[in-house]
Design a binder for this molecule. Structure first.
Ligand code: PLP
Length: 382
């Protein structure tokens, strides 16, 4: 059974069998009554997960599509825009914004640093911006920020806050309306436990107002066309109907568990993963606290290339972890624990890392990581 595969990356993530069964149902027509019903259900559930009264726009596409739609619908060429980045996905905001010809101000931290809202406030006092683009959960480093103070300082400076919540929505607390977030962009294939191919986004009344005058060209990603279609359950283009069916089931599962319970589970999974890696003698590169509930990153031991470790795990043991991206390539490896994961997924990942590191000749503490992880999972998060 060498083919058994374990997907333990921070995206895409494993989908529950119930979700895959829904995806595998016969294709139905997107203008027929059966699709309209599940479309309406999925859109309603999305509002619950985003914690918003506003419409959630659903697109066929990846999370980056939702990010691009935010820029296309909010910005005109030459608009002053502030991007806050501290990793690979923050850089993506800068790349997308530049593509649309905005006047980019880039508040750039070293990868792995934790951006601060005070820095953003100071920057906005120096230089005006109409929008502040930032990352809720920086999947490349494991850093999760609290979006609320970022939204506040943006609002005080007259700018819209635009949040990349691709790897955070459904895993860590996010209150779109209560926190006054301008735009929240996400995707299906992380905490929402659905195969890749759906992007979603919500916009505040202020963001909708801004979109009316934004002059960037757009057709497929146009918010208004999508909103209009959704209002009569007549999608403006053919949606990936099978994925919407899967998403609908996944959202029901998430809401049945309860969002608070899901957040709690993710905190405990993160804790178990960190404690297990440390027990082995490894050094974490993601923050060693409960904020880091999405992905845990550790440094490869001295003399070992983390990319090599990841390849060995995949090719010999069927365990797919994520390597370091960008400047962290070769240095760190990442264990994703978002979405359809439980503590036994963590212990499997830890056991495999331990085994592979020994195979690579590293000196690690053997036989303690799994026990330590199970203990840590049982502790009640503070
Ligand atoms: C995965 C991810 C994205 C990109 O999503 P795609 O679906 O690959 O386009 C963007 N931002 C963050 C934080 C992510 O984790």
């Amino acid at each position: 059974v060498a083919e058994k595969r374990y997907l333990m990356t921070p995206g895409p993530t494993p989908a529950p069998p119930e979700v895959l069964a829904a995806v595998g149902q016969p294709v139905i027509h997107h203008r027929g009554p059966d699709f309209r019903q599940l479309y309406a259900e999925a859109l309603g559930r999305l509002r619950e997960v985003f914690r918003t009264e506003q419409e959630v726009l659903l697109f066929g596409g990846s999370g980056s599509g939702a990010m691009e739609s935010a820029v296309a619908n909010l910005c005109s060429a030459g608009d002053p825009v502030l991007v806050v980045s501290a990793g690979y996905f923050g850089e993506r905001w800068a790349a997308i914004a530049s593509t649309y010809g905005v006047e980019l101000d880039h508040l750039r931290y070293t990868w792995g640093e934790i951006p601060s809202a005070d820095d953003v406030a100071a920057r906005l006092r120096e230089r005006e911006a109409r929008a502040v683009l930032f990352t809720h959960s920086e999947t490349s480093t494991g850093v999760v920020v609290d979006p609320q103070p970022f939204a506040s300082v943006a609002r005080e400076a007259g700018a819209l806050s635009v949040v990349d919540a691709v790897s955070s929505l459904g895993a860590v607390p996010l209150e779109t309306d209560a926190w006054g977030l301008g735009v929240v962009a996400s995707g299906a294939q992380k905490a929402l436990m659905t195969p890749p191919g759906l992007a979603m986004l919500t916009a505040s009344p202020a963001a909708w107002q801004r979109s009316v005058s934004a002059a960037s060209p757009r057709y497929y990603w146009d918010w208004e066309r999508t909103r209009k279609g959704q209002s009569t359950l007549d999608a403006p283009v053919t949606p990936p109907v099978n994925l919407v069916a899967g998403l609908n089931v996944a959202l029901r599962m998430l809401l049945d568990e309860g969002l608070e319970a899901a957040y709690d589970r993710h905190r405990r999974l993160g804790r178990a993963c960190r404690e297990g890696l440390k027990a082995m003698g490894l050094e974490l590169s993601s923050p060693d606290d409960d904020s880091s509930a999405v992905v845990t990153a550790a440094r490869a031991p001295e003399g070992i290339d983390s990319g090599e470790l990841v390849l060995l795990l995949r090719d010999r043991h069927g365990v797919t972890l994520a390597p370091g991206q960008g400047e962290l390539k070769g240095k760190i490896f990442r264990i994703g624990h978002i979405g359809y994961y439980d503590v036994f997924d963590i212990t499997t990942a830890l056991a495999a890392v331990e085994l592979a590191l020994v195979e690579l000749g590293a000196e690690v503490e053997r036989g303690v990581a799994v026990t330590r992880a199970l203990e840590a999972f049982e502790q009640t998060p503070v």
